[in-house]
Design a protein around this ligand. Structure first.
Ligand code: HEM
Length: 458
């Protein structure tokens, strides 16, 4: 058998000493990564940290290999290392056996029976949020969705152990840290050590977030109550290796991870879905008709979730066109075979879901929001394997996928039936990437749908 030598991996143009590709990334990170898909092949090298090779994996088959086949043997890489500066050691930063153990401890909180209990809380939180929106007054929808997502998560995770002022502080501090993490992935490490205001703000916000979460965990631990929420589940979980209950420090890291992994992501998807529903009258009408027919005026429940296929397609299409993931990383620990290439130990591998989901070779007419592309299940299955990865794949696949889909259906069903949005700004709603991809700004007036028949005229 003749071994075919693979072509050399190209290096993306524009890298400069000490900074790598930081200038292009800071200027327009999404545009830069998207341009790599059109200019280079299945693998392309960029420089984030001078001296370390980062390979952007662009081919869906190779992405699947990296996530599934190589999953157990790879470290999590640069993005998760930077997240670790906030989170400490948690399920999201761990690799190998440590990851397996941590994931097993969290799993019961995401069991189907638990999720069914969360729906009523999620709906109540959405109703409460809608109640605070002043009819006709401009609303920062993205901000409102961040608050709603955090409320839903905090109420299920902490059973309401955070007061309103703490909520706000946590949300503001988290936003500083998440933007900072995004920047730290793109900038060389030496820039973190310069005492610039930007770095000082990041450190102060990170310490504040950790202190808030630690305080909430310690309070609940002291109270000894079993509130039946995720925090209680963790308080009663044991560390398999040590045979002891988790320490407050370990629990704080896991809870903080859930707050981070489950807030910006859900908030962005909710915001984009409302944006698309608002600007596509036919889709809005279809969603409303389905909600009327299935719910007949009563609130959405857990049993309704599989009975809303139109809303499901809207969510799926939102997860395609407006995915929140911009650079998911891994790192080789030993020399590793990736397709025909052999990659040395210590190489960073990364893929961009946002760019992948917008590739015209994988999705025809990719920039058009078209929920009906998912209408025919057979056609949907025919999309190239590895082309649509809303929750990733392999051993690190999102643990909160069912939780997130439940939140998305519950919140959207509740909001869309009560509120008609109207854009109030001519500013283009653009995707921007910090730690995740989110809408730049989304300003809309919220009108109550008091009379559904009358509202349908709009
Ligand atoms: C629409 C919302 C969400 C999206 C698009 C999303 C997406 C993802 C993706 C793509 C991954 C895999 C990352 C990798 O390959 O390393 C992931 C992992 C993870 N997600 Fe989500 N997620 C969402 C919501 C949530 C929620 C609500 C939670 C928790 C309440 C959550 C918790 C996690 C955790 C803990 C991990 C790490 C899993 C592991 O490494 O074993 N996510 N998420």
């Amino acid at each position: 058998m003749t071994l075919v030598t693979p072509p050399p991996i190209p290096r993306a143009a524009g890298s400069v000493p000490l900074l790598g590709h930081a200038i292009q990334l800071i200027r327009d990170n999404l545009g830069f990564v998207a341009s790599l898909r059109t200019r280079y092949g299945p693998l392309v090298e960029i420089t984030l940290q001078p001296g370390t090779r980062t390979l952007i994996v662009q081919d869906p088959g190779l992405i699947r290999t990296m996530l599934i086949d190589l999953g157990p043997s790879l470290d999590k890489g640069r993005f998760f290392e930077k997240m670790g500066q906030l989170l400490g050691d948690s399920v999201v930063t761990a690799a190998g056996q440590e990851h397996v153990r941590k994931r097993r401890q969290l799993q019961p909180a995401f069991a189907r029976t638990q999720i069914s209990r969360y729906v009523d809380i999620m709906r109540a939180e959405t109703d409460a949020a809608v109640g605070t929106w002043i009819p006709g007054r401009q609303l920062d929808v993205r901000e409102a969705m961040v608050k709603l997502s955090l409320d839903m998560l905090v109420k299920t995770v902490f059973a309401g152990s955070l007061d309103e002022a703490t909520f706000r502080r946590l949300r503001d501090d988290l936003s500083v840290v998440m933007n900072g993490v995004g920047a730290r992935v793109m900038l060389p490490d030496w820039m973190e050590r310069i005492p610039l205001p930007f770095n000082r703000r990041f450190n102060a916000a990170r310490d504040a977030v950790r202190a808030t979460i630690h305080h909430a965990v310690a309070e609940l631990q002291e109270s000894g109550q079993d509130t039946g929420d995720m925090l209680s589940l963790l308080l009663h979980a044991t560390d398999e290796e040590a045979g002891q209950q988790l320490t407050a420090h370990q629990i704080s890291s896991e809870i903080l991870t859930l707050a981070v992994a489950g807030t910006e992501t859900t908030a962005s998807v909710l915001s984009w879905a409302l944006h698309e529903i608002t600007r596509n009258a036919a889709i809005e009408r279809e969603v409303l008709d389905e909600l009327d027919a299935v719910l007949d005026g009563r609130p959405v429940t857990f049993d309704d979730l599989p009975r809303l296929p139109c809303l499901d397609r809207v969510i799926r299409e939102t997860l395609r066109l407006h995915h929140t993931g911009w650079l998911v990383t891994r790192r080789t620990v030993t020399r590793t075979r990736l397709g025909p290439w052999s990659v040395p130990a210590g190489t960073e591998l990364a893929y961009c879901q946002h760019a992948l989901h917008r590739d015209p070779e994988l999705f025809p007419d990719p920039l058009t929001f078209k929920p009906d592309r998912w209408l025919d299940e057979a056609q949907a299955q025919a999309f190239t394997p590895g082309a649509f990865l809303p929750f990733g794949a392999g051993k690190h696949k999102c643990i909160g996928d069912r939780f997130a889909l439940t939140e998305l259906v519950t919140a959207l069903a509740t909001i869309v039936r009560r509120i008609r949005f109207e854009p109030t700004s001519h500013l283009e709603v653009r995707p921007v990437a910090g730690a995740t991809v989110r809408p730049s700004t989304l300003l809309m007036a919220a009108h109550r749908r008091s009379d559904p028949a009358e509202e349908r005229q709009h």
